[in-house]
Design a protein around this ligand. Structure first.
Ligand code: GLY
Ligand code: MN
Ligand code: MN
Length: 438
């Protein structure tokens, strides 16, 4: 893996340097200083929240946790890594940097955060760091022209980044297989989650987001994260939305399963999956993502009708908001260093925002797809009590088969989610490719 990554990484750093040169010139800055940042301490405690390095820091190098360290870039010079290796016998001291990536940096090892700050160059500095917790002796400015430029270009993944995202997808797919097996063996949500972590070989804090592991009706809670400790009397259905991390890059994968003997729900899953594959095939250069989202509403209306849930035609189901009651989230989002990656709404490299289509408040991506972008495609159909009650009070209620709705309610819902790369030609489905080999 590392041998394969080294040339890609060299190219990646050359790209980041070019981008940083332009971003700094836009803001009139001499230096780019990127803090890994430091852990946030719990109030009145001596414990920290789990720490993840600033995504801009992780963009430059595969160190996901190097608290207090800095990437320093001055146009025309080799990037520097100011690496904190504290004198500490309470914790594991981070090993000195090594691996395929270190040659691209001048590495300076220091013993404390303050010593790291003392190494930072003076002058007109663009400092990228969270504003909390603050950093003694450093004015964090996160200059908007610099950030806008860098965020825009983060949308276009380098071959190095795509290699890591393939790896993140493999980790996720492998763990999903273990989770499905645990579900079919009747395990609790908690037990399934443990099986997932073991197969991923990652702890919760390393995952790109909190896993959603829901049996039966829990599939109807979009972000269900309770992990019931005891198995239900009957496991009818299972929705799992869980990813993996590879050197700071995310995968975001959802699958829904029906237990043996629940053919009607299985048939609905199959229809959503067919629809989902159709949308994934449309991840092509020039495709407007919000138009794809609206298209998904029409196709899912057809699925609801085909399965006897609604009686109206697709157009009126979308116009009247009926599909939004069953599919109440966006079709997907950009993904990369963050599971919900930056710049999903950005209008250009100098900022601005493309609004969401009216009536679609949760869509996280309003741009036109271009080669190098990676997005999720995650349609769903859910039976959510709160939204169904609201729907019952609308004129459209008469065109809904409520007995059918009640028959599906005990299964919660369905979501199928893949991570898909837009290329010059056919899309690359990172998730399907990973499942094919695990
Ligand atoms: N797992 C969060 C999402 O699918 O966006
Ligand atoms: Mn997602
Ligand atoms: Mn997800």
């Amino acid at each position: 893996m590392s041998r394969h990554l080294a040339p890609l990484y060299t190219q990646h750093i050359a790209t980041l340097r070019e981008r940083a040169d332009k971003a700094l010139a836009l803001g009139g800055f001499d230096h780019l200083l990127i803090a890994s940042s430091t852990p946030l301490r719990k109030f009145l405690d001596d414990q920290d929240y789990p720490f993840v390095a600033n995504p801009h820091f992780r963009h430059w190098l595969p160190l996901t946790a190097a608290p207090g360290s800095w990437v320093v870039y001055t146009p025309g010079s080799k990037p520097r890594l100011i690496f904190v290796q504290p004198r500490d016998y309470w914790h594991v001291v981070p090993a000195a940097p090594s691996g395929y990536w270190v040659d691209q940096f001048d590495v300076v090892i220091v013993r404390s955060n303050a010593e790291a700050v003392a190494q930072l160059p003076q002058g007109h500095r663009a400092v990228i760091a969270p504003s909390c917790p603050g950093i003694d002796g450093v004015d964090v400015n996160n200059p908007p022209p610099v950030l806008d430029y860098l965020h825009w270009h983060r949308s276009y993944k380098t071959p190095y980044e795509l290699a890591l995202m393939r790896e993140a997808s493999h980790i996720g797919a492998r763990a999903h297989r273990a989770a499905e097996k645990a579900f079919r063996s009747g395990w609790s949500e908690f037990g399934i989650h443990m099986a997932y972590l073991a197969a991923a070989r990652q702890i919760d804090a390393e995952l790109p987001y909190a896993s959603i592991v829901g049996l039966n009706e829990h599939g109807a809670v979009l972000h269900y994260t309770n992990f019931d400790r005891t198995p239900p009397k009957e496991s009818r259905s299972f929705l799992i939305d869980a990813g993996g991390s590879a050197s700071g890059y995310a995968s975001d994968i959802t699958r829904t399963y029906a237990a043996e003997g629940h053919a009607e729900f299985q048939a609905l899953i199959d229809s959503v999956e067919r629809a989902q594959q159709g949308f994934a095939a449309m991840v092509k250069a020039g495709q407007s993502y919000p138009e794809l989202h609206i298209h998904a509403h029409h196709v899912l209306a057809g699925v609801l009708r085909e399965h006897g849930v609604i009686r109206m035609d697709a157009e009126s189901a979308v116009q009247s908001g009926v599909t939004s009651a069953f599919f109440p989230h966006g079709l997907g989002h950009p993904i990369g260093l963050q599971v919900h990656d930056v710049a999903g709404f950005q209008a250009s490299e100098s900022g601005g925002s493309i609004p969401r289509p009216e009536g679609h408040p949760y869509l996280r991506m309003t741009r036109v797809l271009e080669p190098g972008m990676v997005v999720t495609i995650e349609p769903g159909l859910y039976f959510i009590d709160m939204l169904l009650e609201e729907l019952r009070a609308t004129p459209a209620a008469k065109d809904i088969d409520w007995a059918k709705v009640d028959a599906f309610r005990p299964y919660g819902g369905i979501r199928i989610e893949d991570d898909v790369v837009c290329t010059d030609g056919e899309p690359e489905n990172l998730t399907r490719n990973a499942f094919a080999v695990v």
